[in-house]
Design a binder for this molecule. Structure first.
Ligand code: URA
Length: 283
């Protein structure tokens, strides 16, 4: 077996700057990256594109690149949880990406959020451990307003039922989200978790958005998150893959919308999107 020597232990990349985990080099992906956790979801996301090609696969990180409605787009799976998501984002930033949309699944905390609905995250509670290794807990995990707005616009276009609000990201699917563990194990702090979160107007639990939004803040990138509701913690229902197709449609559409807004911003030499930019005649 051929052993591959990388640049250094602190910069694990090869001579082409191909990154160790995601196996991508600068120039191979566009600025817009969709980030599902599930590697199997990458091909589903790309199946809606007009052009698509699998360009990398290493461990849980599978990447496709292609074109959706005129926008160059790519999609990389992050695996489950904050540590792997942070690795993906670090390396994707290093190869040139600057706009990230997580396309995930989630458990809703409120009865009125139905199975199959979509949740667009405005900000995330940092209940993960990885983001705390980057910066103090007081630092916000806020989604980019441009990405939130593009996701809302896209959800309206697709005609999907959606909610916008605060998400909580945990490092643990069971205890950390108030589910009993093996043989009913349930530490006291976890028993009131769902009720406390619901009372604080938190809409949902998932496992990756807080670290992605925190890193986007630190590195001056844009990030957002859309999740399909596959579980409801009040009604105690769980339906695998419910709403995932709609979440994918909305995320792809949001990339096309952001691409259009970015083009308008460039033409008008503006650094931020604002609604009346759409009324200006930009060819
Ligand atoms: N993903 C999670 O992290 N929690 C859920 O309840 C469902 C999906």
């Amino acid at each position: 077996m051929q052993l591959k020597r990388l640049k250094s232990a602190s910069h694990p990349e090869d001579k082409q700057r191909r990154q160790y985990h995601i196996s991508l080099a600068p120039g191979e992906i566009p600025r817009y990256v969709l980030l599902p956790g599930d590697p199997a979801r990458v091909a589903k996301i790309a199946s809606m594109w007009q052009e698509k090609k699998k360009i990398a696969e290493h461990r849980e990180f599978i990447t496709y690149a292609g074109k959706y409605r005129g926008a160059n787009v790519s999609c990389t799976s992050t695996g489950i949880g904050a540590p792997a998501a942070a690795i993906a984002m670090e390396e994707l930033l290093s190869v040139g990406a600057d706009t990230f949309i997580r396309v995930g699944t989630t458990g809703a905390l409120k009865k009125e959020i139905k199975i199959g609905d979509l949740i667009i995250t405005s900000a995330s509670c940092r209940m993960d451990g990885t983001s705390s290794q980057y910066i103090w807990q007081g630092y916000p995990a806020a989604a980019s307003y441009e990405v939130i707005l593009a996701l809302v616009e896209a959800a309206e276009t697709v005609g999907a039922r959606y909610h916008v609000g605060i998400t909580a990201s945990a490092d643990s699917f069971y205890i950390g989200q108030g589910r009993p563990g093996y043989k009913g194990y349930s530490p006291s702090w976890s028993r009131n978790l769902i009720e406390d979160a619901r009372n604080a107007n938190i809409l949902n639990f998932e496992m990756e958005s807080s670290v992605l939004l925190t890193l986007a803040g630190i590195y001056n990138a844009r990030a957002g998150c859309i999740c399909a509701v596959i579980a409801n913690r009040e009604t105690d229902e769980f339906v695998q893959e419910a709403g995932v197709e709609n979440a994918i449609k909305v995320a792809n559409e949001a990339v096309a919308i952001l691409h259009d807004w970015d083009r308008r911003k460039d033409k008008l030499k503006k650094s931020h999107f604002y609604p009346s930019i759409l009324k200006q005649n930009v060819i």
